[in-house]
Design a protein around this ligand. Structure first.
Ligand code: FUB
Length: 486
């Protein structure tokens, strides 16, 4: 290296160290599969299977220039057809879309933290925390005043800009919204310190008073997520840190780990029974990954933020979380920790014990195997018109739902009154996999859970529905991924 370049490089490193920031000076390709997004910093992934049969996630974005959480000013969406190759669909919302002006109001510091995204009746809804730090008293902990609540934006497509439709959902407080749609068609919004409420049909207001759910854990910190498996509701979240990590003894079980914990309930609003930890940092005893020079732990900062999201895709469940592995690579080529607020989304598989508890996910750098799907995008059950009424469930015999169909739809006609159509497996009162709410004539659809394998499929309406519903072209869809524009 010539002298001038050396002086410049030392200058850059010193400048960034003074301000606690490091530059991304290593341009070599990142050598591992996890994190899954390598060209930018991403955090707080919220994954869902959308009606095109792909897994989509919306993420927060940590600034390439560092600067910490207050520099998080936009969201990106990404999609994958195989859980390994991800397309960046670009920025879908930024803080100026929310502010409606070009600058932050004086004396305030706005940031966009962990979001979630939901599909409902043809539209995509992006829920995000509005977090305003009022700086008139400075930033000092205890003195500064922070206002936070949940807002929602809408788009016709998850790869396009979202437009704010409710800048403050009345009744919400805190950060980290998560949306959950149940098999019976009820929609829930979770936020802040384990608050939960029903979400209205318009997706932009609450339909019930928020309840502070009993999560049976005083250690709840943030990042709530809801998942349903075998009829049980799994609430997961980031637990409070314990004591600081001793870098010379990172294996100390009492060290300040960044843990995702979970609890189980029979009800989406709890009470939950705390079960334990479902994700530890990839800390020590690294078998298949890089190590801090001379040590047996990873070369990025032990203990940093984490945030989980779970999705089932063609027979396997996946945990999304984040680490600061990429910043350690881009800044220090794994020889030091990197900026810990520059996080990157990783994915590993979740496995369960026979009793339904989670086998804690060991973070890896190798990530997950590629998913291949060999089945049509949709299965149309019947082309002609049929009538559905209270006395007559409709049965479709031996339908092969393969490794999974994630949506069900039909075209309704002669609708005189809104009706709920339940989609059940193997018997008129068999396993409920989704509920279609027909509000009027035309196309309608709903998401499904556990729609896989070969089953008799039943469509039923509730007992007190005295009218009839006429429909045609009932279909399962999103059974294989569609291509999207890059
Ligand atoms: O990314 C900003 C904040 O850090 C999120 O809102 C929290 O969940 C944590 O990941």
């Amino acid at each position: 290296m010539n002298k001038k370049i050396l002086i410049l490089a030392v200058g850059i490193v010193l400048t960034f160290s003074v301000y606690g920031q490091k530059a991304n000076i290593n341009t070599k390709p990142y050598p591992y599969s996890n994190p899954i997004i390598k060209h930018m910093y991403t955090a707080d992934a919220a994954p869902h299977v959308m009606p095109d049969g792909r897994v989509w996630m919306v993420t927060s974005v940590d600034s390439d220039n560092g600067g910490g959480y207050s520099t998080m000013h936009c969201y990106h969406t990404f999609s994958s057809a195989d859980m390994v190759n991800w397309i960046d669909h670009g920025e879908v919302l930024n803080v100026w879309d929310v502010l409606g002006a070009k600058e932050e109001p004086e004396g305030e510091d706005w940031a966009l933290w962990a979001p979630d995204m939901a599909y409902y009746e043809g539209k995509y809804y992006l829920y995000f925390p509005v977090r305003i730090v009022h700086t008139e008293n400075g930033y000092e902990e205890g003195k500064r005043k922070v206002t936070s609540y949940i807002a929602v934006a809408v788009s016709n497509s998850p790869d396009q800009k979202f437009k704010v439709i409710n800048p403050k959902i009345e009744g919400t407080r805190g950060i980290d919204p998560a949306v959950f749609i149940d098999d019976d068609g009820e929609k829930y919004l979770y936020f802040g310190s384990h608050w939960g409420a029903k979400l209205a049909d318009n997706m932009k207001e609450l339909a019930s008073d928020p309840v502070k759910m009993d999560v049976d854990d005083k250690n709840f910190m943030e990042a709530i997520w809801m998942n349903k498996r075998d009829g049980k509701y799994y609430v997961s979240y980031h637990a409070h840190y314990g004591k600081p990590v001793d870098p010379d003894n990172p294996d100390d079980p009492k060290r300040m780990k960044s843990l995702l914990d979970y609890g189980i309930s029979a009800n989406p609003l709890g009470p939950f029974k705390h079960v334990g930890t479902m994700n530890y940092e990839l800390g020590v005893n690294v078998n298949d990954g890089p190590k801090y020079p001379g040590r047996n732990y990873v070369p990025w900062r032990l203990t940093q933020s984490n945030h989980g999201g779970i999705v089932e895709y063609h027979g396997k469940e996946y945990l999304f979380y984040h680490t600061s592995a990429l910043s350690s690579w881009r800044q220090d080529e794994f020889k030091a920790e990197g900026n810990w607020t520059q996080r990157s989304v990783c994915v590993d598989e979740i496995k369960y014990n026979p009793d339904g508890t989670i086998v804690p996910v060991q973070q890896t750098v190798s990530g997950v195997e590629k998913v291949t799907i060999d089945q049509p995008f949709e299965i149309v059950l019947y082309e002609g018109k049929k009538e559905l009424n209270e006395n007559k469930p409709i049965k479709y015999e031996k339908i092969d739902l393969g490794t999974g169909y994630y949506y069900f739809g039909l075209k309704a006609s002669q609708v005189t009154k809104p009706v709920k159509v339940e989609i059940r497996l193997d018997a008129p009162n068999g396993q409920l996999i989704g509920t279609l709410i027909i509000k009027g004539n035309g196309d309608c659809e709903t998401m499904l859970r556990n729609a896989n394998g070969v089953h008799d499929v039943y469509l039923t309406v509730n007992d007190n529905f005295k009218e009839k519903v006429v429909f045609n072209a009932p279909r399962f869809f999103a059974g294989s991924p569609k291509k999207v524009k890059q």
